[in-house]
Design a protein around this ligand. Structure first.
Ligand code: OSB
Ligand code: MG
Length: 368
């Protein structure tokens, strides 16, 4: 694989409707589209999934753009890459900055798969031909949450995730359960609780939730292990797991029964697959989390979720969940609650060049 050029595009697009969590509201999504072009003119695509501000992790669009431009691309210029794994290992000399690393590494995976006429799913060892689709409801009121659930149920979604916090938890879930006693329902707290809230969290055992995602601090593994002993609802970790070692420590300590794997959060597909393989061996269930992403990252998620250990429907929704028009063609669609895993080469989706162009704010080109 001989890289000839890398293009970075910062794009910006309004969400169809604002995404609310206790940490803030996302109405406009910025992201970084990465295109790695080889000496034969073949392009691989990735997406930097950091947000405009550091509300979810410490990275932002600006820090990612800086790390990609001034640190990671110069490393790629110095060292030839035979396999995407080489890029993941090369990037280990840089501390953290996982989303910046993942944007580049995943573009290299797409390029590698295309060069070898493999679907990305096959290139990473995927076995599923379709992925069960789940959706997150992040509305500003109970009425709107119930409306969204009704709408998404009609579209076939199989699993529903509700954002909760200490002032909106029991009553919201109780109301949803009253209308939908059988719904595959889970809650995501994005670190809104502390160990002082054990009684509140134990009360949620009433609702037969699939899991509670990241109740305690975003970098905690120890306190979650104490909490899991006190509640029946399985804990799923998201923010706390940024590497294979974190996953191993969390499993060994009993801090969670389920892990949400996001390739962006852990530095790319190589690390994501290591976590998946470990969890499969330890019988820890995993699912693929979402980042309010554009189509390229969504396509990577579909490939990742085709691995055999992804047994729980993830945050893999259709392009039209968030966007009027996505940057890929065709858009990701949900049919009867499933998304098809493409069997054409690479990510299996084309680029909607018109949409990409009209949403691009900044473009940087690096010649090798
Ligand atoms: O905590 O899982 C999260 C979106 C952005 C940042 C963090 C999270 C989320 C979601 C999923 O909840 C959104 C999606 O479906 O893309
Ligand atoms: Mg989460």
């Amino acid at each position: 694989m001989k890289i000839a050029q890398i293009k970075l595009k910062v794009i910006s697009m309004p969400l169809k409707s604002p995404f609310h969590t206790h940490l803030g509201t996302v109405s406009e999504r910025e992201g970084i589209i990465v295109e790695v072009i080889d000496s034969d003119g073949i392009s691989g695509y990735g997406e930097g999934v950091a947000f405009s501000t550091p509300w979810y992790t410490e990275e932002t669009v600006s820090t990612s753009l800086h790390i990609m431009s001034d640190v990671l691309i110069p490393l790629l210029k110095k060292r030839p890459i035979k396999h995407p794994k080489d890029a993941a290992i090369l990037f280990q000399s840089v501390r953290r900055n996982h989303m910046a690393k993942a944007g580049l590494e995943m573009a290299i995976w797409d390029l590698y798969a295309k060069r070898n006429s493999l679907s990305l799913s096959r290139a990473i060892g995927g076995t599923r031909r379709e992925i069960a689709s789940g959706v997150v409801v992040a509305a500003d009121s109970l009425t709107n949450s119930l409306k969204q659930i009704e709408k998404y149920l009609g579209e076939g979604y199989q699993r529903f995730k509700i954002k909760i916090n200490p002032s909106q938890d029991y009553s919201v879930l109780e109301a949803i359960r009253r209308y939908y006693p059988e719904l595959l329902l889970m809650a995501d707290a994005n670190s809104a609780y502390t160990l002082n809230d054990i009684d509140k969290l134990r009360a949620l055992d009433d609702f037969n939730l699939l899991m509670i995602e990241q109740p305690l601090a975003s970098d905690d593994i120890i306190e979650h292990s104490l909490l899991q002993k006190e509640i029946n609802t399985p804990i799923c970790l998201d923010e706390s797991i940024v590497s294979f070692d974190d996953a191993k420590n969390a499993v060994e300590l009993g801090s969670c029964k389920i892990i949400n794997i996001k390739a962006g959060r852990v530095g790319g597909l190589y690390e994501a697959k290591r976590i998946h393989d470990y969890c499969l061996e330890k019988e820890i269930e995993v699912w693929c989390g979402g980042m309010i992403e554009f189509g390229i990252s969504r396509a990577h998620n579909i490939a990742l979720a085709s691995l055999p250990g992804f047994t729980i429907p993830g945050d893999i929704s259709a392009s039209n969940r968030f966007w009027e028009e996505d940057i890929i063609m065709p858009e990701v669609c949900v049919r009867n609650g499933y998304v098809c895993v493409p069997d054409t080469s690479g990510i299996g989706f084309g680029i909607n060049k018109k949409r990409l162009k009209e949403t691009t704010q900044i473009e940087k080109v690096f010649n090798f």
